[in-house]
Design a protein around this ligand. Sequence first.
Ligand SMILES: NC(=O)c1ccc[n+]([C@@H]2O[C@H](COP(=O)([O-])OP(=O)(O)OC[C@H]3O[C@@H](n4cnc5c(N)ncnc54)[C@H](OP(=O)(O)O)[C@@H]3O)[C@@H](O)[C@H]2O)c1
Length: 281
Amino acid sequence: MRIVVTGANGQLGQAVMRQFDGHHELYPLGHADIELSEARTADTIAALRPHVIVHAGAMTNVDGCARDPDAAYAANALGSRWVAQAAVRSNARMVYISTNEVFDGTATTPYGEFDRANPINAYARSKYAGEQAARELVDRLYVVRVAWLFGGTRNFLRTVLRLSSEQSSLRMVDDEIGSPTHAGDVAAALGQLLTTDAYGTYHFVNQGSCSRYELAATVLAAAGRATVTLEPMKLAEFVRPSRVPLYTALNNYVGAAQGIVFRPWQDAANAFVHSIIEGHA
Ligand SMILES: NC(=O)c1ccc[n+]([C@@H]2O[C@H](COP(=O)([O-])OP(=O)(O)OC[C@H]3O[C@@H](n4cnc5c(N)ncnc54)[C@H](OP(=O)(O)O)[C@@H]3O)[C@@H](O)[C@H]2O)c1
């Protein structure tokens, strides 16, 4: 298959490229190749005559989106519309990568694919608008929501490792809950999903959920840095431009019903930390 990947140099884009490399004809599009907010992005993608478009590109700086919501909408909402138009013009299937942040965080049990989205910040509103733009135009569409990604060079787990080598004590938020997810596991699951024509909305996350504090504790234990002290703090103590939904654990209900099952987040996090320590991540 000819597969176009947007955001190909990003954390998930890289994992998707690794997953499909050698099996498909790949067209990686980074920010240097396309500007999502520009209408001609539809022409650039359609000219490649893709069978599948994996749309992983997005303005992902949540606080940056809060400071400049117009830029967030241009990249994430309008940009997704151009990508969706390219899918229609080339009769391609489309995978729209979305986010746990489409939910408002008021739940107390993990959000399933049938729960109602209610985004509360500019990033999330623009990403949800991107979902809607894709739904409006593309029949053969998979909307795949992911969360708290790690696996690349910039993520929370790497930050914890770096800080713990510089400081003997770290403060971590214990009231923000999510589903940490290995980008490589998402890429493998996308490989499975694309063998089906089971279109619709999915929550592709590693099993389980935790607070940032628990995730940091797991990283420190896996790295053998148990001497570093962890102190809990509340999200409200952080002054940030963007509102953060407190609880966004996701449940992979639909994917699991089709046999697409993820390992527990602890196993994925341990594996990632060990791959960093062993020098192959
Ligand atoms: N990371 C997470 O924890 C997380 C959680 C939930 C959902 N997601 C979603 O998962 C997807 C992948 O995330 P990720 O972590 O891989 O993000 P990432 O590492 O920031 O990658 C996103 C890529 O998109 C590119 N990009 C940004 N603005 C663009 C524009 N206007 N035109 C063209 N390309 C642009 C970026 O290029 P530059 O860096 O060169 O600008 C970057 O390579 C995104 O859709 C994101 O919303 C991520």
